[in-house]
Write a protein that binds this ligand. Structure first.
Ligand code: ADP
Ligand code: MG
Length: 561
C-alpha cells in the first residue's frame, strides 16, 4: 500500500470542498461526467489514429449506479483509464493553469465563491463536497495492470494494485450522511439532464419502471401493478452543434453551455453557424456574461474545443482563434481536417487557417449586428470584454476597421458613448481628421484637460480614451477608412490672418517671460514657447513624442515600472 500527500494547491481546493462550500453541490455530477466524457473523447481519438490502440474496442458509455443500502453513488466509464503515474499526476496535483488565480480570488463569501468555482471548473475534487470517501478503480487502455486510488479528501491518498475487466474508470463515492438525495434516481436524472444532456456519449442508469395492472374484459384485475428495474439511457447524447439551428431550443443552448463551460451562469449570447462550400465546418460560439478571472493572464485557458467530424481533438490550442477573442467559449468542428492532426500541422494547416479567418469575420459581424439590434446586451458585452477586443486593433490588422467599428467611445461633446461610424459624421469633411486624447484617468479629468481648450472653442469633437490599453494601442492606429486618427498634440489648425498676427504679438510680448521661464525650469524642460492653443488656462505641458526619452518613459510605464 502506498500513501501519498496531496500537493499543496490540491489540498487547498480539497479543504474548500469539504469545509466551505455548501451551495450548488450537485455540480459534482457534472464534473465527474465531464471527466468521463473527456476520457471517452481521448480514447476515441487514439483508436482512430494510433496503431498501438488498434486492438482496443471503443464502446463508449457512462453508467451511473446508486446503491441505497451501501450509500454509494458510482460513475463508470469505458474511456482511456489511468495508470499509476496518471493517478499520481492527475488525482494528487492540480496542473491546471489559473489554479493560483482561483485561490487568490476566493473571498470567503459562500455565494461569491461558489460562483467562482463554477467559473473555474473545479473538476474531480468536487466529489468531496458530498462524499467522505472516494475510490477510483481504473485501468488504462492497452495496459494490463489496474489500480485503485482511495482518499477521504484530507491530506493524503493511497494507490494500490487492483483487478478490473477492460479499460476505463469507476468512481465510487461513499456519500456523507446528509447527502442521500444524490441516491434518488429522479434527482440524479434531473441533474444529468440539466448539465450533461448533450455530451456526445450515452449515460445509462437503472430506472424503476411502473407496469400497470392487467385487467380482463370485465375490468377485473388479473395481475396487479408492479415495478421493474430497467437500465435506460437518460441523456440525449447528441452533439448539440450538429443539430440544425431551428431544431434547438434556447434552453438547450443554455444547458449545453452550462456543461461545456462548467458554468452555472447563463451565457450572454451565442452564435451557431454552419458553413458549406469548399470547406465544411460548424461553429458554436458563446459569449459568457462575465469575464473569467484569468482573462488577462498569459496562461489563460482557452475556451474553444476543436472537433474533427465529432471526434474531440484539443481544447488547449491558443491558435484556434485570435487572442483578442479569447472570451469566446465553444466548438469548431470540421470534416475537412485530417484526424491525426498534430499541433504543428494545425498551426500551418491551410484549412484550419481558412476556418479561423472565416470564423473571426463571422464573430465580428455578429457582434456588429448585436451592437445595432440589441444595444442592452451589447453594452453588457462591451463592459466585460471591450478592452480585450481592442487588442485586435494591433494584432489583427486585416480586421482593424471592423474592430474599430465595434468600439464604444467617450467623446468631448457627447455624454453618451459613440460608435466611430457616428463620430465621423461630424468630422470636418475636408481635413478628415479624428482627434483623440489619451490618459489613464477619469473621462471627466481628460475632458477638463487644458489641451482641449482649442477644440472646445472651435466646437470640434475629440475621442476621450481613458483606459490604460488605449494609450498603448491608439498611437498604432493611424487611420479609419479615409480618416486619419490624430493625437490632439499633433493637431494643427491653420490660423487665419488675425490669429497669426495675434500669435506673433503674443510671442513678442512674452519674449522676456519665456526667457525667465526657460531659466527657472532649466534642464527639466526642453523648451518653452507661447501658444494660441489655450483659451482659459495659463500654461500646459507639451510632450515631445519623438523624443527617445519620452518614448522610453512610456514603455517603462506600460511595463508597470
Ligand atoms: P480537468 O478535467 O479540468 O483536467 P479534473 O480535476 O476534472 O480536471 O480532472 C483531473 C484529471 O484527472 C483529468 O485531466 C484526467 O487526466 C484525470 N481524470 C479524471 N477523471 C478521469 C476519468 N474518468 N478517466 C480518465 N482520466 C480521468
Ligand atoms: Mg474535469
Amino acid at each position: 500500500m502506498a500513501k501519498h500527500q496531496f500537493q499543496t494547491e490540491a489540498d487547498q481546493i480539497l479543504h474548500l470542498m469539504t469545509h466551505s462550500l455548501y451551495s450548488n453541490k450537485e455540480i459534482f455530477i457534472r464534473e465527474l461526467v465531464s471527466n468521463a466524457s473527456d476520457a471517452l473523447d481521448k480514447l476515441n481519438m487514439l483508436v482512430l489514429t494510433d496503431e498501438k490502440y488498434k486492438d482496443v474496442t471503443f464502446s463508449p458509455r457512462i453508467d451511473i449506479v446508486a446503491n441505497k443500502e451501501a450509500k454509494t453513488l458510482t460513475i463508470k466509464d469505458s474511456g482511456i483509464g489511468m495508470n499509476e503515474e496518471d493517478l499520481m499526476n492527475n488525482l494528487g496535483t492540480i496542473a491546471k493553469s489559473g489554479t493560483k488565480a482561483f485561490l487568490e480570488n476566493m473571498t470567503g463569501d459562500q455565494k461569491k465563491d461558489s460562483q467562482l468555482i463554477g467559473q473555474f471548473g473545479v473538476g474531480f475534487y468536487a466529489c468531496f463536497m458530498v462524499a467522505d470517501k472516494v475510490e477510483v478503480t481504473t485501468k488504462k487502455a492497452g495496459e494490463d495492470q489496474a489500480y485503485i486510488w482511495t482518499s477521504t479528501g484530507a491530506g493524503e491518498f493511497e494507490i494500490e494494485n487492483a483487478t478490473q475487466d477492460g479499460h476505463g474508470t469507476t468512481i465510487v463515492m461513499h456519500l456523507k450522511d446528509d447527502e442521500s438525495e444524490f441516491l434518488e434516481e429522479y434527482r440524479v436524472e434531473s441533474i444529468i439532464k440539466k448539465y450533461s444532456n448533450h455530451i456526445p456519449f450515452p449515460i445509462f442508469m437503472d430506472k424503476e419502471k411502473y407496469i400497470p395492472a392487467v385487467t380482463d374484459d370485465e375490468g377485473k384485475e388479473t395481475e396487479p401493478s408492479k415495478t421493474e428495474i430497467e437500465n435506460k439511457q437518460i441523456n440525449k447524447a447528441n452533439a448539440l452543434w450538429t443539430i440544425a439551428k431551428k431544431d434547438i431550443k434556447d434552453e438547450e443552448y443554455k444547458d449545453f453551455y452550462s456543461s461545456f463551460a462548467h458554468s452555472s451562469e447563463e451565457p450572454l449570447t451565442w452564435m451557431h453557424n454552419k458553413a458549406e462550400g469548399a470547406i465544411e465546418y460548424t461553429t458554436l460560439f458563446y459569449i459568457p456574461s462575465k469575464a473569467p478571472m484569468d482573462l488577462y493572464r498569459v496562461d489563460y485557458q482557452t475556451g474553444i474545443k476543436l472537433y474533427i467530424n465529432r471526434v474531440f481533438i484539443t481544447d488547449d490550442e491558443k491558435e484556434l482563434m485570435p487572442t483578442y477573442l479569447r472570451f469566446l467559449r465553444g466548438v469548431i468542428d470540421s470534416k475537412d481536417l485530417p484526424l491525426n492532426v498534430s499541433r504543428e500541422i494545425l498551426q500551418s494547416n491551410a484549412v484550419m487557417a481558412k476556418i479561423k479567418n472565416a470564423s473571426v469575420k463571422k464573430v465580428l459581424s455578429e457582434l456588429a449586428k448585436m451592437s445595432k439590434k440589441d444595444k442592452e446586451n451589447y453594452d453588457k458585452f462591451y463592459g466585460e470584454f471591450g478592452n480585450v477586443l481592442k487588442e485586435g486593433l494591433y494584432n489583427d490588422f486585416a480586421n482593424r476597421e471592423k474592430i474599430l467599428e465595434l468600439l464604444q467611445f467617450n467623446t468631448l461633446n457627447s455624454s453618451e458613448k459613440v460608435m466611430i461610424e457616428d463620430f465621423v459624421k461630424n468630422v470636418d469633411e475636408e481635413k478628415k481628421e479624428i482627434y483623440y486624447i489619451t490618459g489613464k484617468t477619469s473621462v471627466e479629468m481628460l475632458k477638463a484637460s487644458p489641451s482641449l481648450e482649442r477644440f472646445k472653442a472651435k466646437g470640434i469633437d475629440v475621442l476621450i480614451l481613458n483606459e490604460e490599453v488605449d494609450g498603448i494601442i491608439f498611437p498604432m492606429v493611424t487611420e479609419y477608412k479615409e480618416y486619419k486618427l490624430v493625437h490632439i498634440s499633433d493637431a494643427k489648425f491653420e490660423l487665419d490672418e488675425q490669429e497669426t498676427k495675434a500669435q506673433e504679438e503674443t510671442a513678442k510680448t512674452y519674449e522676456g517671460l519665456v526667457g525667465q521661464f526657460k531659466e527657472a525650469l532649466g534642464e527639466s524642460v526642453k523648451d518653452v514657447e507661447t501658444t494660441t492653443d489655450l483659451v482659459d488656462s495659463p500654461v500646459k505641458l507639451k510632450e515631445d513624442k519623438e523624443d527617445p526619452a519620452y518614448m522610453m518613459a512610456q514603455m517603462m510605464k506600460q511595463m508597470g515600472q
